[in-house]
Design a protein around this ligand. Structure first.
Ligand code: ADP
Length: 399
């Protein structure tokens, strides 16, 4: 069974083709038959360990089309015809209250995703574009939407409802949470690594990429998370502020700053980038700290402080902790950040093994043997999680 995954970001498209022809799901993520990433006009394709890069100067839909066509045409093709693709899975960021689990894409589902674009203007329209390009290329292939919000749909009301007017609930203003596809994947992977039953574990998953969020996971279910109605709430991020006093927004509005400008400031000009004055990339922050740049150090310190604070909040929602998980770009790669975070919980008996932490861990436990809480570094595998979900849904549909 060949499953194509289209993972739509706010500014990029990532795509993978998995070959699960032997009919059984492997325990761990297999190497995709074909992988591509389209960022702006830059297309990178990886096939059989070989990387091909080229520029595409076309409108977004035409660029996605050209990216997908490399699967079955040109010298690096891996299939003879698009009809060999059995199913396509899409990451859809916002499923609102409508979608609590993955679903086959129909005309109704498409219009709901379009309607929810008000809640995720940078993401949902891009997912729809991907769905429509696939429709044009692969005609009637089954397509499935996997939602980043679905994993959090059981969060208890006390954690999900904002203490504004009660009417907000009917207006759909509530905590949805995001990064659910990867948080859920990490919870399952943590159980595998720890050789424990997922239903016995209390986990905090720290997804630290360009966007950052925590999930408190009990018995395999999300019981609290830091992103909210939008992906702006919670932790400090690469270019996003995370939570700030809402009074600051009112103050800026009263000062005459336009809403669109505030949107731009909070989403693009804040976080690591805003404080450091450089970029929102943790690699640059670390390099600048090494050169003695004070603003980079301040950015790192605020990032770590807020991370520890929110871990504290998740700890209270879980009422205990078996393992803390670091995942995504910063979580997987920044040893100094992991050390700074774990140091804050030494009083609970959390002990990080310095050598393991600094030795580029991948899907590994980096706590000392006597640590009372395990510390895991898990590689984010959103695309594989989507492919797996497609595979399972297809099986259920056949039964
Ligand atoms: P996205 O949220 O877009 O999927 P990623 O999970 O790939 O992003 O994370 C990207 C971020 O990871 C980069 O902006 C950078 O801050 C961070 N990152 C990547 N490699 C490293 C590294 N070696 N050290 C520190 N941070 C890193």
């Amino acid at each position: 069974m060949k499953i194509l995954v289209l993972n739509t970001g706010s500014s990029s498209y990532k795509s993978c083709l998995y070959d699960l022809s032997d009919g059984a799901l492997p325990a761990n993520a297999p190497v995709p038959l074909w992988q591509a990433q389209l960022e702006g006009t830059h297309l990178k394709i990886v096939v059989a360990g070989k990387t091909i890069e080229k520029e595409i100067n076309a409108a977004p839909s035409a660029s996605i089309k050209q990216m997908l066509e490399t699967i079955w045409s040109g010298e690096n093709r891996v299939l003879n015809s698009p009809s060999e693709i059995d199913m396509v899975g899409h990451r859809v960021v916002h499923g609102g209250s409508e979608y609590r689990k993955s679903t086959f894409i129909t005309a109704d589902v498409k219009s709901t995703i379009a309607r929810l674009a008000d809640l995720a203007p940078a993401h949902n329209p891009a997912s729809l574009r991907g769905i429509e390009v696939v429709e044009s290329l692969l005609k009637n292939v089954p397509q499935m939407a996997v939602f980043d919000t679905a994993f959090h749909s059981d969060i208890p009301d006390a954690a999900a409802i904002y203490p504004g007017p009660y009417e907000w609930i009917d207006q759909g203003i509530r905590r949805y949470g995001f990064h659910g596809i990867n948080h859920e994947y990490c919870a399952g992977r943590a159980a595998q690594i720890l050789q424990k039953d997922l239903s016995s574990l209390r986990l905090i998953s720290c997804h630290l990429g360009n966007g950052c969020s925590l999930a408190a996971i009990k018995n395999g279910r999300s019981v609290d998370t830091t992103m909210g109605f939008t992906p702006l709430e919670g932790l400090m991020m690469g270019t996003r502020s995370g939570s700030i006093d809402p009074g600051i927004i009112l103050y800026l509005l009263h000062q005459g700053v336009a809403a669109t400008e505030i949107d731009h400031i909070l989403n693009q000009q804040s976080g690591l980038k805003g404080i450091s004055g450089g970029s929102g990339d943790m690699r640059e922050i670390t390099a600048s700290i090494a050169k003695g740049e004070k603003r980079a150090q301040l950015a790192f310190d605020i990032y770590a402080h807020r991370l520890r604070s929110y871990i504290g909040a998740m700890l209270a929602s879980l009422r205990g902790l078996d393992a803390l998980i670091f995942t995504a770009g910063v979580g997987e790669n920044s040893a100094p950040l992991r050390a700074a975070v774990c140091e804050g919980f030494a009083f609970l008996g959390m002990k990080i093994d310095t050598t393991k932490n600094e030795n580029k861990p991948v899907d590994a436990d980096i706590a000392t043997p006597d640590s009372r809480i395990r510390i895991l570094v898990i590689q984010a595998q959103e695309d594989w999680a989507i492919a797996r979900e497609c595979f399972s849904l297809q099986l259920r549909a056949k039964r």
